[in-house]
Design a protein around this ligand. Sequence first.
Ligand code: T1G
Ligand code: NAD
Length: 664
Amino acid sequence: MTGTTADTAPAAARPVVAIDRHGDIAVVTVDNPPVNALGQALRQGLWDAVGTLDADPRVRAVVLVCAGRTFIAGADVTEFGKPPVPPHLPDVVARIEGAAKPWIAAIHGSALGGGLEVAMGCRFRVAAPDAALGLPEVTLGIVPGAGGTVRTPRLTGVEAAVDLVTTGKPVRAPRAAAMGLIDAVVEGDLVEAAIAFAREALTRPLPPPVCQRPVAAPDASFWTEQERRIAKAAKGAVAPLRALACLRRAAEASFDAALAFERETFLDLRGSDQAAALRAVFFAERAAPRPAHLRDVAPLPLRRVGVVGGGTMGAGIAAALRDAGLPVVLIERDDAAVARGLANLTALFDGSVRRGRLTPAQAEARLAGVTATTDYAALADADLVIEAVFEEIGVKRAVFADLGRVCRADAVLATNTSYLDPRLVAEGLPHPGRFIGLHFFSPANVMTLLEIVPTPDTAPETLATGFALARALNKIPVQAGICEGFIGNRILKRYRAAAEALVRRGVPIAEIDAAMRGHGMAMGPFEAQDLGGLDIAFLQREGARQAGQDVPETLGDILVRAGRKGQKTGGGWYDYQPGDRRPQPSQAVTDLLAGQIAPGAAMDRAAIADHLVAEMAAEGEAILSEGIARAPSDIDLVEIHGYGFPRWRGGPMFAAARRAAVAG
Ligand code: T1G
Ligand code: NAD
């Protein structure tokens, strides 16, 4: 930097790949922020480093390490739509694997996709204890493209490789070591530990490169069983089964033949509709927590949170807050309700223990962080209070009157209302700039969607605090404007109405549900209502009718009036045998609806699904044109994270745009 001063000099371009020498060990440092994605410059840098170090007689081994928050997080997803530029990643991995000096990958943060493939090209892998390793390609609608399906089974055996590759779920370093994916978990300074590991390794004969290691092939029945299992779990996503086929080839064919098959599959899927959809969702999810219009707005601190109401939603929200480590004050209306609220919370944490997500000790600590009381004074120092009491305007207003009295003037006050107008809920509240809607989804400690609903009075920092909360809770936030049902429930209403309209035209209920499941939805519209209960929407319609609105009678109304509220009453749109959640077509429903239904219109399942998804997208268009949603991708995130829409279809708005592009 001679001749310039630090103040005036342009920032010196840091090399993407730098080489340092520690005696006879070279350290190759990758520095390509934010996540060391394998863009062209990085691939070229690694390619050149192999040449440089092979030619350097002083170097006996090479440690590969990354700067910043993570090891190489994979291929550069932004390059996917573009023509590939050499050197191609499989060639870079092969070059590292074939280097004259052994390379040792030193992993921290995440080694994902192409990052793990580079690491598998190295002769050894060591990792910090909290590092994560995985092959998430199937979640992007593709398969690993640089040997992941061929090298993984050579390190871990086929069974573990099937798990890693077809689920896309990463594993932590200790488990990776147990599986054979890495050679050691190392504590302390990663570079020093990796250098020490290298020196030690050089004292013994080297293991063969991964490509030369054997793999034991399971028999045909193993593959049939895996195919069946994976097809069921994939619900229409194609990548997991294609990845399985690659693994089978890896077990049964030569290394080179399997590599060629993997590459062919990768290139085929990369241009597919499913991959395009999953890429769009990938970027939408990453953009959602930090929206551009709030970039310059600092959120308020979130240290202590209150929840009012300990029912289904309040308990779920409190559990989510505790999972994020926040202390919670839970307010209920009387002592019995306090006890019920605590019992609800206990049941949620016990469920996590049963599923192996929490240890009993952790569950106890979660519960110990909740102060449950009837005394609003306990909210005096809360930074945020979320109201989740009965969906009645009078009850909610009374709660906010109390909150207005006891809370700090700068405490954010939020309502979890599903359908009420937040402006009416907040009427009369002092300092209305701190008020906001935070619409969680049930079960609130599991569902990842959070609709954030500002009123015209909501201050920017209050809005930013809603997004900060979503980040703290690891949820996907979507900003919604005020209308009945916000984004998600408004589309749900249109979707259900359209499904009922098909029933009126004579399409069998079970055909509609089967069509939507076949489309990849978690459930069909009618079985989902049976699960959640038909009475909630019924009561809402009745309320509107009593308020003088013209709400035409729905088929659901007829069922509820006949006592058919869903599974909890033994029947709704279907019948249920006691203790059996499988829906059975119902003669009683056929009889009840007889006068409403036209004689059998035939409609194939694909046409049913296309029609209903087009209805969702049409409502989405209306929502956009009214400014209720800020972008089509926000609507897609709502449907995917709140309503079980298949991720690999990208959401109703993505699907509609794709369809329009193909048609036009
Ligand atoms: N390519 C391009 N940009 C990426 C990226 C990637 N792979 N991963 C992350 N980003 C951007 C992201 O959009 C965001 O941008 C910023 O980095 C920080 O991300 C051949 C085919 C590594 C665990 O799927 O899981 O390898 O918003 O907020 O919370 O077989 O990023 O700042 O502008 O998520 O610290 C496989 C995906 C690719 C990894 C870090 N790899 N990334 O989490 O940061 S396919 C992945 C992650 C592949 C080969 C194939 C996470 C992370 P901006 P972030 P984070
Ligand atoms: P719920 O009936 O299970 O729970 C309501 C709780 O509020 C009860 O425990 C009740 O004792 C308590 N409560 C009533 N008045 C109170 C008061 N004055 N002070 C303190 N506590 C009081 O209802 P829920 O399903 O949890 O719904 C709560 C809110 O969340 C509603 O506004 C609802 O629309 C909304 N919501 C519900 C869902 C869902 O799927 N259940 C989803 C999103 C939003």
